[in-house]
Design a protein around this ligand. Structure first.
Ligand SMILES: [Zn+2]
Length: 406
């Protein structure tokens, strides 16, 4: 027996009484949480909306039982509840804030889709009413910023005019003659939602009575999804929440940047430009410092009997670049070899003047095999990174020991 859907006639009915036709343990062990007991209840009539047509299901109570899911099944609407419900009469009560939110989003979606279609020729190919954000997928060329703003403004104009939202019934042909937005090929009497002088759309969902109840329609991002354009939006209470959250983010960011929220873009651009300038001078200073330290090291490192000059050192508090600058400066002299590490990053750098005739890449490989890490390079210049940063000292000592002929 089909359950009578009270929400078809009155989407504002929140409490109702019904007869329990069946109440059985549910054969869905994974719902709502693994192994939680659940029962399936079928009623003769219900105000509970089952998940369908893109609109999420209702929550609420059947007697003392919590309704955790509502599904459309062949033999009626299934109410999934968390405890048994006795046969006979039962009182039902739906979670109204949740349902009304769905109604605001759903009617808002019809309106927004109609505006994109009517004003800009962009048809909606699918939509989704999420728990946070809602989306419609538009087909056609990429909607420019002015189109998104235009559709939003047009939708809100209809909201402000507080037009009636009516439920219409008719055959596919009759609806077609009335100028339905999306033609459907189905027999029998169809249900359609009409936003007066704006839209007519076949739909089995729940809707507000007047467009004013949708509240503000707020568009968010537009991104490409496969061949279509996904437009995010929120309506009603959600718009209020999103706008409040956006403002908080702006205010907190402005406080951090010490400017007014309206000056954020220029303040951020200025700071990014400053950061780039600072980075360039930091880089230049690092190079100069590394080069002079290398010169000093070269002068203070004794020349070995075989003509080599080897510096081995672990640096602290320097960026990885520093090793490169130091090594390049040090190893530009004949037979000079630099075996370096940066403590914080666990970076290694082995370099030589070609006249030294060793193999830095092979040396690095030998060291990394023993202490653990990754790296590579050429015969004269090899870089690596340790898995354990604390092994920097050990790695440099090891390189010194393994350096052939020294
Ligand atoms: Zn709909």
């Amino acid at each position: 027996m089909a359950t009578r859907r009270l929400y078809y006639d009155d989407a504002f009915e929140t409490e109702f009484t019904a007869r329990v036709i069946s109440s059985e343990p549910a054969l869905i062990p994974s719902f709502p949480v693994a192994q939680a007991p659940a029962w399936e209840v079928v009623l003769d009539r219900t105000a509970f909306y089952p998940a369908s047509g893109g609109q999420p299901h209702d929550l609420g109570k059947l007697g003392d039982a919590n309704v955790v899911d509502v599904r459309d099944a062949e033999d009626g609407i299934l109410h999934i509840v968390d405890r048994p419900v006795k046969l006979g009469e039962v009182k039902g009560c739906i979670n109204w804030p949740r349902r009304f939110d769905h109604m605001q989003q759903h009617t808002g979606q019809h309106l927004l889709s109609a505006m994109f279609q009517e004003r800009f020729g962009l048809s909606t190919v699918s939509f989704h009413l999420g728990s946070e954000i809602c989306t419609i997928d538009l087909r056609g060329p990429e909607p420019a910023e002015e189109i998104l703003e235009g559709a939003e403004r047009a939708a809100n104009q209809v909201v402000f005019e507080d037009r009636p939202v009516n439920v219409r019934y008719g055959t596919a042909d009759q609806l077609s003659q009335l100028g339905v937005r999306k033609e459907v090929e189905r027999d029998g009497i169809l249900r359609a939602i009409e936003i007066e002088s704006a839209d007519l759309q076949p739909c089995g969902g729940t809707h507000v009575k007047r467009t004013g109840q949708i509240g503000l329609v707020l568009l968010r991002r537009c991104t490409k999804v496969r061949q279509d354009w996904r437009v995010e939006f929120v309506c009603g209470r959600r718009s209020e929440r999103f706008a409040r959250h956006d403002f908080q983010v702006l205010r907190q960011t402005a406080e951090k940047l010490r400017c007014a929220p309206e000056d954020l873009v220029s303040a951020a651009s200025r700071m990014l430009a400053e950061r780039d300038t600072n980075f360039k001078s930091f880089h230049a200073v690092t190079q100069r410092l590394a080069e002079s330290e290398a010169t000093l090291a070269f002068e203070t490192t004794p020349l070995e009997a075989n003509g080599f000059r080897v510096v081995s050192r672990v640096f602290e508090g320097v960026p990885a670049d520093y090793l490169g600058f130091f090594a390049t400066a040090f190893a530009k002299s004949e037979k000079a070899i630099a075996l370096l590490a940066a403590a914080e990053g666990g970076n290694l750098l082995f370099a030589q003047h070609p006249s030294a005739g060793k193999d830095m890449s092979a040396l690095l490989k030998q060291v990394l095999e023993k202490v653990g890490g990754k790296g590579g390079g050429t015969q004269d210049f090899a870089r690596g990174r340790l898995i354990e940063r604390s092994h920097a000292e050990k790695a440099v000592l090891l390189a010194r020991e393994l350096l052939p002929g020294s």
